[in-house]
Structure formats: C-alpha cells, structure tokens
Design a binder for this molecule. Structure first.
Ligand code: NAP
Length: 279
C-alpha cells in the first residue's frame, strides 16, 4: 500500500506502549489519526499537539456501542479510515490448569472478540472505497507457545488464524492485512497491564511458576523500543507489497525460525503416517 497522501488511521489501545508510540509516529509524520483509549484523557496531550489531524475517542473494544460510536466518529471526522490498527490487548499468566474461567473469557473478549468487532465495524467503509489496510497486533506468542502464557497464546493464535482468513477474503477488494508479531518491548505489557490467576498449583512451580516470575522480571528492561516498532510498522505498510506477517525484534525472529524448523521436523518425521490415512 502507498501511504502517499494523508492517510487516516484508527488505532486501539493508545494510552501507553505500542499503540501510543504508533499514534505519536503517525501524527508526527503529518498524517491523521483517531487515537482511541478506554480513558481518552490519557491521550489528550498527544492529540492536542496535532490540531484537526487528531481526534481522541473513548473506546473499550469489549463495548459494542463504543465500537460503533468510535468508528462512526472517526469516519465523520476524516471521511474515511485508511488504516485500522487493532493493538489493544493484554497478557495473562497462569498454567492452563490454573486458569480462571471468567478471567480467560475476559482475555478473549479483549484480545480476540474486541479485535473482531472493531474490524467488522471498519470494513464496510474500506470495502466501499476498495482500499484500506488492517494491522492486527498479534505477538511472537501468536506463533509459538510457552508455559504460563497458554491462554494468551490461545488469543494470539486466534488472531493469527482470523487474520489469515481475513487477508484471503479482502485482498480481492483492495484491502490488505498485516499481522504484527512483537517479541519483548518496553511497554506496560509485562508490568502494570499483566494479569495473572490467583490459583497456583505446586506441581507447576518449576514450569509455569518459574516462567511467571521470569516474564514479570522483564518489565523495564525488555530489548524492544516501541518507537522503533512504530517506525517498522509504517515502513512495512509503505512497501508496494506489505507483508502478511511482520516479526519485531531479534528474539522474535529467532524463536519464530525455530518454530518453523520444529514444524518441518515433525512433518517430515511423521510424513509416512500422515499420508497413510487415505485410501
Ligand atoms: P501496554 O502498554 O499494556 O498497552 C496495552 C494497551 O491496550 C493499553 O492502551 C490498554 O489500555 C489497552 N487495552 C487493554 N484492554 C483494552 C480494552 N478492552 N479496550 C481498549 N483498550 C484496551 O502493552 P503493549 O505492549 O503496548 O500492548 C499492545 C499490544 O501489543 C497488545 O495486543 C499486546 O498483546 C501486544 N504485544 C506486546 C508485546 C510486548 O512485549 N510489549 C509483545 C507481543 C505483543 P488501558 O490503559 O486502558 O489499560
């Protein structure tokens, strides 16, 4: 996609972290943006610096009325949404057996169903114009799973599948899809935003338990710079053919490559058995 004119962006979860960095970058480039947050006061300073090119909108992605209202306001303000960035999301630490059902459903409500609801609200305008781009912020954790974050991975694997299908459906309509897969970035993700189950089962202390602590310990010293992530996302979208997947960070690249190799090994080792199931 070519972002030549003044594209209008719609970004979820802009109070902190990657969403805020992306909104800042987009507006500093002179483009337009609906900068959305559960509490729009958290983005008031950012929006105030950019006059008519920026609008702060209240949006909890789990609230269907707010989804409809925010998309409508953005379209009324800018006449269109060129780039939707589904960024809002958070993590949850628990061994699978330790997970609390209500907490897990709330996680899916934000990371998966909220993302889908915002996408459904924005697509009609993009289809009508036969142009647009949807950026879904997944994670390295949307490609590979580790102990203690099984439910988070489940949400991000869901985002990956949904996004692959969406890409196939909307490509003929002139709409692109890019899945962004960050490794560890210096945001609130592993700090104030992280949720975890109260239940802890001693049998998982050495696996999920240790990884809970290791994940929380990364807070503040993650290698990834959100401002550079924002630049990278824009660079990818400016390409003639933006990627379906964009990994962010060296560790993300290495772990993802390891996952692909592990898949290839499993496929090859069991190939004969796989093929044996047809008449
Ligand atoms: P962050 O600093 O915690 O930012 C998360 C943002 O999501 C906040 O603005 C938060 O708003 C918002 N949010 C959470 N629930 C929401 C809801 N129901 N409706 C609307 N907004 C909601 O963390 P981040 O790292 O920037 O996270 C952004 C995305 O990157 C997430 O999807 C995350 O899973 C993904 N990611 C992050 C990393 C990393 O290492 N940082 C790695 C891989 C993927 P409030 O201020 O209102 O809570």
């Amino acid at each position: 996609m070519t972002l030549t004119e003044s594209p209008a962006w719609f970004i979820t979860g802009c109070s902190t972290g990657l969403g805020r960095a992306l909104a800042t970058h987009v507006l500093d480039r002179g483009w337009r943006a609906a900068v959305t947050a559960r509490d729009p006061e958290t983005v008031a300073d950012l929006v105030a610096r950019h006059g008519d090119r920026a609008v702060a909108l209240a949006l909890d992605v789990t609230d269907p009325e707010q989804v409809t209202a925010a998309v409508k306001r953005a379209e009324e303000t800018f006449g269109r949404i060129d780039v939707l960035v589904n960024n809002a999301g958070y993590g949850y630490l628990a061994a699978v057996e330790e997970g609390d059902d209500a907490e897990v459903r709330a996680l899916f409500d934000t990371n998966v169903f909220g993302l889908a609801a915002v996408t459904r609200a924005v697509l009609p305008g993009m289809r009508a114009r036969r142009s647009g781009h949807v950026v879904n912020v997944s994670s390295l954790g949307g490609l590979a799973g580790f102990g203690a974050t099984g439910y988070y991975h489940a949400t991000k694997f869901a985002v990956e599948g949904l996004s692959e299908s969406l890409a196939a459906e909307v490509a003929p309509l002139g709409i692109g899809v890019t899945i962004v897969e960050p490794g560890a970035f210096r945001t609130n993700w592993s700090g104030p935003s992280m949720k975890q189950s109260a239940t802890r089962i001693e049998d998982y202390a050495e696996t999920a338990g240790k990884r809970r602590e290791a994940t929380l310990a990364t807070y503040g010293s993650q290698p990834g710079d959100p401002a550079r992530a924002a630049e990278a996302v824009v660079t990818a979208l400016e390409a003639d053919e933006p990627p379906l997947r964009l990994l962010l960070g060296t560790a993300a690249l290495e772990v993802a490559r390891g996952k692909v190799e592990a898949l290839q090994r499993d496929f090859a080792r069991w190939e004969e058995l796989s093929r044996s199931t047809e008449l």
